[in-house]
Design a protein around this ligand. Structure first.
Ligand code: TMP
Ligand code: ASP
Length: 242
């Protein structure tokens, strides 16, 4: 029997609990939503359950394609069992289409197709507001070794190729996404979540946003967008499985 023991950590969107197993944690996904480094707060109904189950679909797909992830199994509507990792405090963003901070930084209109995927690194540090950094900053701050960053970039680009292919069948454009990595027995492993909180998903035909930008930008129908992604991935409507 899986035990949910003491809470080890609580972040903006998730809580992590110790389990009876030394090398596995339980992650509970919350309905709380924040944006702009916590300056904007709200709740998205059923977000925890949706992000948990959407992330599980992506992690299983990636594992099948040979990407090492922390995912072990779903163990509740809003809970998954994961391998405990030593988290590397670098957020890795991969972009296929210009949007968000890239559009602002480089003056590229949102929706501009990028001729090659763009990989960026951000220092995971709330006090500093997660600043953009490069390989040298990562080395100077001793966040990860150069060969670890090579492996991280290789995995991030492989994840991009797998997700682009998978999502194009579902009429979803993968605009960009954020990954986090950690170490397990010296190996780089994909952690965190892959969900509409951490990806930009646009409907291929209408370019309607089906992700957290609906919350960030007050576009309305936030829950509906998360449910639509769930439906396109699983073929089932979220209400049916409740
Ligand atoms: P950005 O355009 O705001 O830099 O966001 C790039 C991608 O990273 C987008 O898919 C949303 C995701 N993201 C997070 O997962 N967490 C964050 O804190 C931020 C700022 C972005
Ligand atoms: N998760 C981030 C925060 O709270 C930002 C975002 O997703 O836009 O601030």
């Amino acid at each position: 029997m899986l035990q949910k023991l003491e809470k080890l950590y609580e972040g903006k969107a998730k809580r992590v609990y110790r389990t009876g197993r030394q090398d596995q944690y339980l992650v509970e996904f919350k309905d709380d939503a924040t944006a702009f480094n916590g300056a904007k707060k709200g709740t998205i109904q059923n977000k925890g359950a949706l992000n948990n189950q959407i992330s599980a679909v992506f992690f299983q797909l990636l594992e099948e394609r040979g990407i090492p992830t922390h995912f072990v199994e779903l163990c509740g509507e809003r809970e998954m069992l994961v391998k405990s990792l030593k988290i590397i405090p670098v957020e890795v963003v991969v972009r296929n289409i210009a949007a968000g901070s890239l559009s602002r930084r480089l003056g590229l209109p949102e929706g501009t197709l990028l001729p090659c995927p763009v990989v960026e690194y951000y220092y995971k540090n709330d006090e500093l507001g997660d600043p953009l950094i490069n390989d040298d900053h990562i080395r100077a701050l001793n966040l990860a070794a150069p060969r670890q960053m090579e492996r991280i970039k290789e995995i991030a680009l492989a994840v991009n190729a797998i997700l682009l292919d998978y999502l194009s069948d579902k009429e979803i454009d993968l605009v960009d996404f954020k990954l986090e990595f950690g170490l397990k027995a010296g190996e780089i492993v994909l952690g965190d979540e892959i969900s509409p909180d951490t990806c930009r998903f646009w409907d291929h035909k209408t370019r309607e946003r089906l992700d957290k930008d609906r919350f960030r930008r007050d576009l309305g129908s936030v829950e509906g967008a998360y449910e639509e992604i769930f439906k396109r991935l699983t073929g089932k409507s979220f209400n049916q499985v409740q």
